[in-house]
Design a binder for this molecule. Structure first.
Ligand code: PMP
Length: 382
């Protein structure tokens, strides 16, 4: 199988699997126990925290391990709103193209009376900074915007948003889930106050991630308990944490080369596919992470295209693998102003560190052979 769905998840790196096995088989004690096996687990936890922090450009004390980006996002939003209780800061500002889990949380909060502003994006997927300027005012408790969109790969202007947020005396949360391994991460320099990550997008295990909380920000916890300096209760997922740290080490060692290779392979893919009539590539001229290509073949339904490709051994996904069922048109493309029938045709190829030139050449050939004949030159007008 040619796997081109790395934005959904990545295969665990061998180093991550080995580190997880060690934590499961050897360092399996509870890191809170004061006996020697517990202290051994505690040392492993501290070591892993140092390595993940170094990868993210944050201080180890700023790093809170969570069950993934979904939990980190919930923790950031609910914690920031909680921290602002009793002040005039009660509004949540986020982009219209956030991860579905975060948008669902915002909708629930809105139903409970929290004012929510959803920032629009331009036709190419870039955030509308004028709208952000107008929305980020002193009544805002938190601005939450992703680093890169999971469907289109389009980068969000987080440095500018950090400035706007701080000028209004509020805070910025960045869901950096899709940046890890595909762009340099430097929490200290980013200006963000909170940052979410998920290890499985980075060749680490599933069910583990992190929320980085800037020093000095006393974020109320989502899960109460004494672990993680009372910032996230629950016995630590040490196998997950050890695998996360190993995945970060591996990514740090090769990221620059990986990104350059993925960018070249994506160019090969997009050039090859754009030779067909009626192909539209989303966000092609916007700044994007190097691995993602979101496009449509005329008006062909994404599920039909994906089915044909899968029978030929190529797997990708429609817009958001994360929006269940895949029958609803992608909220990201709708926010970009695409009509529903275009949004339903959109699919996403996302390359990974191990994607090869042979795989991408084969994919282009398969698409030309199986999808090309379905595309009428007249469909170009679409
Ligand atoms: N945010 C973004 C931008 C994502 O792409 C994802 C994964 N699809 C998540 C959050 C959620 O990550 P997890 O399922 O690991 O919690």
């Amino acid at each position: 199988t040619i796997y081109l769905d790395h934005n959904a998840t990545t295969a665990p790196a061998p180093e991550a699997v080995a580190a997880m096995l060690h934590a499961l088989e050897v360092a399996w004690a509870n890191p809170s126990s004061t006996h020697e096996p517990g202290q051994q687990a505690r040392r492993l936890l501290a070591d892993a925290r140092d390595r993940v922090a170094s990868f993210l450009g944050c201080q180890p004390a700023e790093l809170v391990f969570t069950s993934g980006a979904t939990e980190a996002n919930h923790s950031a939003v609910l914690g920031a709103l909680h921290a602002a209780r009793g002040t005039r800061r009660e509004r949540l500002v986020l982009s219209a193209v956030e991860h579905p889990g975060l948008l669902a949380l915002a909708a629930r909060l809105e139903g409970e009376g929290v004012p929510v502003t959803r920032l629009p994006v331009h036709a190419d997927g870039r955030l509308d900074l004028d709208a952000a300027r107008a929305a980020i005012t002193p009544d805002v408790a938190l601005v939450s915007v992703m680093g890169a969109n999971n469907e289109t790969g389009v980068l969000m202007p987080t440095a500018e948003l950090a400035e706007l947020a701080h000028a209004a005396g509020t805070r910025l949360h960045v869901d950096a889930t899709q940046l890890a391994g595909k762009a340099a991460l430097d929490f200290a320099a980013s200006g963000a106050d909170l940052m979410s990550l998920s290890a499985h997008k980075l060749h680490g295990p599933k069910g583990i991630g992190a929320l980085v909380v800037r020093k000095g920000f006393a974020l109320p916890p989502l899960l109460c308990g004494r672990q993680e300096r009372k910032r996230r209760g629950g016995t630590e997922n040490l196998p997950g944490i050890a695998g996360f740290a190993a995945a970060c080490d591996r990514a740090a060692a090769t990221r620059a080369d990986d990104v350059a290779r993925m960018a070249a392979l994506r160019a090969l893919l997009e050039t090859g596919l754009a030779a067909l009539p009626g192909v539209q590539i989303y966000g092609a001229r916007a700044p994007r992470i190097a691995n993602t290509s979101c496009l449509r073949f005329g008006m062909l339904d994404a599920e039909l295209v994906l089915g044909r490709l899968e029978r030929a051994g190529v797997v990708a996904s429609s817009g958001a693998a994360c929006s269940a069922g895949g029958t609803l048109p992608s909220h990201v493309l709708l926010a970009m102003g695409e009509p529903a029938e275009h949004a339903r045709a959109a699919l996403r190829f996302s390359l990974g560190r191990d994607s090869s030139e042979a795989e991408l050449r084969h994919t282009v050939a398969v698409v030309h052979e199986l999808i090309g004949p379905l595309l009428e030159p007249a469909a170009q007008a679409a």
